[in-house]
Write a protein that binds this ligand. Structure first.
Ligand SMILES: NC(=O)N[C@@H](O)C(=O)O
Ligand code: NI
Length: 162
């Protein structure tokens, strides 16, 4: 089985089974602040079981293509959003679940200005900036109990650029 994936440009439609792409698209839902700000409202489905939303900062090392992917993980108790502070693109790897095993991996490369929100319990690669600085705000669940399930591949996948 080929262990090479080619990253595709990230689009809301292609990513829909896994989460939302948070980006400006069309006119704002509402003008606020005396007409000086457009509000693009409620762009992602946040979901936190038995916990609360938290905002953290991830300062991640830069990666580059071809990029090995040794594992994917998921958060059974909550969604997770990655918001670039410096507009640095990220490699987003996601997969379907087959009875606890990730299958049909897909790789996307975000464009500057794009953020993502991963739906609860969705297999994904860890935050992977393609460039520096890899500073991202992360909105995810803060709460008790385990919220991280990892799956390590016997042989890494390798993701090539679009
Ligand atoms: N483990 C952790 O906090 N980070 C991961 O959830 C990730 O998706 O990067
Ligand atoms: Ni995660």
């Amino acid at each position: 089985m080929s262990r090479t994936l080619t990253a595709a440009p990230l689009t809301a439609a292609a990513f829909a089974p896994y989460g939302e792409v948070i980006e400006l698209s069309g006119a704002p839902d509402k003008m606020i602040n005396q007409g000086l700000c457009g509000r693009h409202h409620d762009l992602a489905r946040l979901d936190f079981a038995d916990g609360r939303a938290g905002i953290s900062l991830f300062d991640a090392k830069a990666r580059h293509f071809p990029c090995p992917v040794e594992m994917v993980e998921r958060h059974p108790e909550g969604s997770q959003a990655f918001i670039p502070v410096n507009n640095v693109p990220m490699l987003v790897v996601v997969a379907e679940d087959a009875n606890g095993t990730p299958v049909n991996l897909r790789a996307f490369l975000s464009a500057p200005g794009q953020s993502i929100n991963l739906h609860r319990n969705t297999w994904h690669g860890v935050l992977t900036p393609i460039g520096a600085p890899g500073l991202y705000a992360v909105v995810d669940r803060i709460g008790d109990g385990a919220n991280l399930e990892e799956f390590w591949f016997d042989e890494p996948f390798v993701v090539t650029e679009p």
